[in-house]
Write a protein that binds this ligand. Sequence first.
Ligand code: SF4
Length: 318
Amino acid sequence: MRIGIPRALLYYWYGPAWKVFFQEIGLTPVISGPTGKNSLNIGVKAAVDEVCLPVKIFLGHALELTSQCDLLLIPRYVSISKKEYICPKFMGLPEMTKQAVGENQIIVWKSDHNCPWGSIKALPQEISTAYGRKRVKKGLQAAKKILKTYQGLLQEGYLPSEAERLLLDGIMPKENSGRAIGLIGHPYCLYDSFVNLNTIDLLQSKGFKVILPEMFTDAKMEAELADLPKPLFWTLGRRILGSFRLMQKMGVEGVVYLSAFACGPEALIGEMVKREGKEIGMPLLQLDLDEHSGEAGIITRIEAFLDLLIRKRRYSCV
Ligand code: SF4
């Protein structure tokens, strides 16, 4: 049986673990290809207007997969850390997808306070019934093991696609070197190169070493945010602010912030990042990504920002 896994949203955090789990229990994972015009267009058509761009793209990937698989995996991640939540759009993802692709083809992998990711309860019952608890437990153990190694590679500075190729196919990535620049945002904005018009490649081609949120551990971020008057309960938002502070401490020359247009949690986090950046004098470029983002809107503004950073560097050396 073929299980379709959309290459979107938290695929960039959990993709290799999902893949390994299904392989271990004897199913064939089918991953959708990189985002392209088709996935964007069909996702936009299938979604309601109010939904953010990353969810539209997820729906596009799900629709592309329907003809290639027997079942679709749709995560419903409510919480992946203690006392924290993922945004409400993730909670409603299975319903939104069912609306787009039809009910029968979906299995839901949950993660919440009662059945955390990696527990047998998080999986749909039909999986443990069909494949047996022992086999499913073994699959989960393998998934957890690969997830740990994958996260370790991201912390070493590998991009998710590079870490995945290295882990599953043994392909070594290219070197990321130069003066440091920070890139922050949700993983599906940072690592989907169609959505952000290859921002990481652009920064690297201009001689910058790109520092990413996934390079920092949760423990480091927690320590960094300990002074907040109230803890941030959005996991994704907490990681954006925490990495922004850590990047500033490690001396990046500037930070590019890729945010998703129509993202609710980012309305708050974006403001916090902007205020802190202003206070410490950190050059910050915030770009809103939506389905109409074009080269002129993204690449030209990043190039202008990099020119400013390079000029600033020259003057500070004089
Ligand atoms: S956090 Fe923002 S960008 Fe991500 S799914 Fe929720 S609304 Fe969309």
